[in-house]
Design a protein around this ligand. Structure first.
Ligand SMILES: Cc1cc2nc3c(=O)[nH]c(=O)nc-3n(C[C@H](O)[C@H](O)[C@H](O)COP(=O)(O)OP(=O)(O)OC[C@H]3O[C@@H](n4cnc5c(N)ncnc54)[C@H](O)[C@@H]3O)c2cc1C
Length: 462
């Protein structure tokens, strides 16, 4: 196909997921005409934007809520991003990825025992991961120990080899590299919102703000918006979305690297953690919090109507499911507590208690709200089973795929793109995919890639 607006494959969404898929199709398949359509004038400025996420390459070493099997899978899957950046020049690589030390901190007897067990379980997967006690923690992160009761038990797993990633710049780089691939027509249409997807006899018509685009196969990589598109074509009717906003706070720089906490496995959200920020120097960024807020995009109140149409809020089953999920005592208390963190003026006072668990000497005056930072986590709900589904969501249709990619979606974006390329072969057997080449280029060799999906899990790590 080579009419001006007709393509073999159309990808909707220019975040880490859509651009990773564009790159994989352009570089490793024989598909010649591919288009990526993004509603904004820039790639990677919604959830992949570094101000909206925690910028962590999640490999499973400090994410104590990942079961061993998930850690085993997520490590090589996430390291594909690192391997991709290794293929770039120093100048290209610098705005995307930085090496950073990281640790997961256990406080008190129960957490210490849990972390001891965890190290026995996962230690062999991460050759540079070390178990460290109070003295070494003090050397590496002095503020964690300063002012802490000397009787309080602490332990950490420390890895000097961690990575902070600007996933927005990753998206821009993947898009740029895809376009450079010769003898193919790779178009990136920016500032073009897809309003509607229509299925015809010989493919799909994408009605957009700047005219129609036609494609045999469509992959919808619009994260939270993907469910609305799926429903408009009759798929995924049983799903709804619980919208959880994650805010962040700044303090003066207190940490040298990333410090996560041992996670309460019963909780669906990550515990508050501290990270150096790639967008702002000399500060530590704390968060994310978790607050029910009915929009699809952070700081875009107009997306409330998109939430209402995607979430199916006019169905009684949706409200019964919301009730069953949100009134669970543990979640209810957690969300209520988080509500206090976001209150104007006094929110920082309540939040201080969380952060003091990591930095005991912190004062109220040290904390400021990170204005214009924070993203939306749209947690899927199965209204048939009234359950919360926290991993990635993929809905498979007739020559169409819909991806919803919560954490660690950005970390495993290249891996997910590889799986989607496998699916494209099933859609069209004439397509060839040089998967072995991709694995040779991007897969860390010492760990086999798992067959199941590392994003699919009932845990959330960011
Ligand atoms: C608070 C928080 C912390 C997180 N921390 C981490 C972390 O540390 N590490 C990690 O790996 N992950 C983290 N995540 C998850 C991560 O941000 C996502 O997994 C990832 O960014 C998803 O990428 P995406 O490309 O699927 O979505 P997005 O980056 O949101 O891209 C979707 C794109 O689709 C476009 N789009 C939407 N509708 C249309 C339309 N109609 N027409 C055209 N284009 C459209 C949007 O404009 C957008 O550019 C975090 C998320 C949150 C909220």
């Amino acid at each position: 196909m080579n009419d001006n607006n007709t393509y073999d494959v159309a990808i909707i969404g220019g975040g880490a997921s859509g651009t990773a898929f564009l790159y994989v199709l352009a570089k490793y398949t024989n598909i010649k005409n591919i288009v990526l359509i993004e509603k904004y004038e820039e790639l990677g400025i919604v959830n992949s934007n570094p101000v909206n996420n925690s910028q962590t390459l999640h490999v499973g070493d400090i994410e104590t809520n990942y079961p061993l099997e998930k850690a085993r899978q997520v490590m090589p899957a996430a390291m594909m991003v690192k391997r991709y950046t290794d293929s770039l020049s120093e100048e290209e690589k610098k705005p995307i990825i930085s090496s950073i030390q990281k640790m997961v901190l256990a406080i008190g007897k129960d957490e210490v025992e849990e972390l001891e067990k965890r190290f026995l379980e996962i230690g062999e997967l991460y050759p540079t991961l070390k178990k460290i006690g109070r003295k070494e923690i003090e050397e590496l992160e002095p503020e964690i120990i300063k002012g802490r009761d000397s009787k309080e038990l602490v332990l950490a797993l420390y890895n000097p080899e961690g990575y902070a990633v600007n996933f927005g710049n990753l998206a821009k780089s993947l898009g740029e590299k895809a376009k450079q691939i010769k003898e193919k027509r790779i178009d990136i249409l920016l500032g073009q919102k897809v309003e509607k997807i229509e299925k015809g006899d010989s493919g799909y018509t994408l009605h957009s703000s700047r005219g129609n685009v036609y494609a045999d196969v469509v992959v919808v990589d619009t994260d939270a918006y993907s469910l609305g598109f799926a429903k408009s074509l009759g798929y995924g009717k049983e799903f709804s979305l619980i919208p959880i906003a994650g805010s962040f706070y700044f303090t003066p720089q207190k940490l040298q690297g990333k410090v996560y906490r041992v996670q309460d496995k019963r909780m669906p959200f990550a515990a508050v953690h501290g990270d150096p920020d790639l967008t702002k120097s000399n500060v530590t960024r704390w968060g994310p919090t978790a607050r029910f807020y009915p929009v699809l995009e952070a700081r875009k109140i107009g997306t409330m109507k998109d939430f209402f149409s995607s979430a199916g809020i006019f169905r009684i089953k949706t409200w019964i499911s919301f009730g069953a999920i949100l009134l669970d005592p543990l979640r209810f208390w957690y969300l209520l507590k988080n509500l206090f963190y976001d209150l104007p003026f006094v929110g920082t006072y309540f939040f201080l208690g969380e952060v003091k668990k990591i930095i005991p000497t912190l004062r109220w005056s040290d904390i400021t709200r990170a204005k214009n930072y924070g993203g939306m986590r749209l947690q899927r709900v199965d209204t048939n089973t009234r359950s919360l589904l926290l991993g990635e969501g993929k809905i498979l249709g007739d020559n169409i795929l819909f991806n919803m990619s919560p954490s660690p979606g950005a970390s495993v974006s290249l891996y997910n793109a590889m799986r989607d390329a496998d699916q494209i072969i099933k859609f069209n057997p004439k397509v060839t995919f040089a998967k072995e080449d991709m694995l040779r280029d991007l897969c860390v060799t010492h760990t086999p890639l798992g067959e199941s999906d590392p994003s699919l899990s009932d845990t959330y790590a960011s």
